[in-house]
Design a protein around this ligand. Structure first.
Ligand code: 13P
Length: 218
């Protein structure tokens, strides 16, 4: 990741955005992606359709400041910046509005330990952050708190965030969160799903260290 040149990173962000649309975890211009770069971050521009997005439109921002005059980063630059500041092990932040994760987020439900794969997100639940208006410092505060010791969270009435040591890992997790949300939604049609214990999720976590895209910490 750290050796990736800037142009390659910019293109990988656009490729991941288009992949989100292809996978159906995003619609239109919703969602945004950032990648740590050179002490700051590269982030998608606001309201640009992914098919039309060009590498020069990806915005570079320092982590200790707001956008400069003329820059048009994603309206969610605050939570991308604040997550990258709060979590040194995280290099990529993916935000999307996947249908099933968003259904649960609208209902204010966290995802419980109904499947062992929830361990991939760092614990026995995927929390749902309280609602705050998009783009606000309040939403950023809620997102950072919901992500504490986790790599994914839901945002009430909004969508989800997945983070990772690489963009590939954050994307993989974003898809996994949507799968878990879909499974939970399906279970709720039948009844109340039985859950795994916190101890079992910890057991799974220790067994699957390095599981997922790229194995280690690339
Ligand atoms: P941007 O186009 O500004 O990134 O906003 C999309 C979005 O999903 C806001 O939450």
């Amino acid at each position: 990741m750290s050796n990736m040149c800037e142009q390659t990173k910019r293109q990988s962000i656009i490729d991941a955005c288009r992949e989100m649309n292809r996978l159906g975890i995003n619609q239109g211009t919703s969602g945004n992606i950032s990648l740590r770069h050179d002490g700051g971050m590269l982030i998608t521009p606001t309201s640009v359709p992914y098919d039309a997005m060009r590498v020069e439109q990806i915005v570079f921002m320092e982590l200790d400041s707001a956008p400069e005059a003329g820059q048009r980063p994603s309206s969610e630059w605050r939570f991308h910046r604040d997550i990258l500041k709060a979590r040194p092990e995280v290099n990529a932040v993916v935000h999307a509005h996947p249908p099933f994760a968003t259904i649960l987020a609208i209902m204010g439900r966290e995802i419980p330990p109904l499947h062992y794969m929830i361990a991939c997100a760092g614990g026995e639940t995927i929390r749902c952050a309280p609602y705050a208006t998009f783009g606000t410092a309040e939403l950023s505060h809620h997102a950072v708190a919901a992500l504490e010791s986790r790599s994914a969270c839901l945002l009430a009435h909004h969508g989800m965030i997945a983070v990772g040591a690489s963009l590939a890992k954050a994307m993989w997790l974003a898809v996994e969160v949507e799968t878990l949300a879909r499974q939970y939604h399906g279970c709720l049609q039948i009844g109340t799903p039985p859950l795994l214990s916190k101890a079992e999720i910890e057991n799974v976590r220790s067994r699957m260290a390095g599981y997922g895209v790229g194995g280690g910490d690339s």
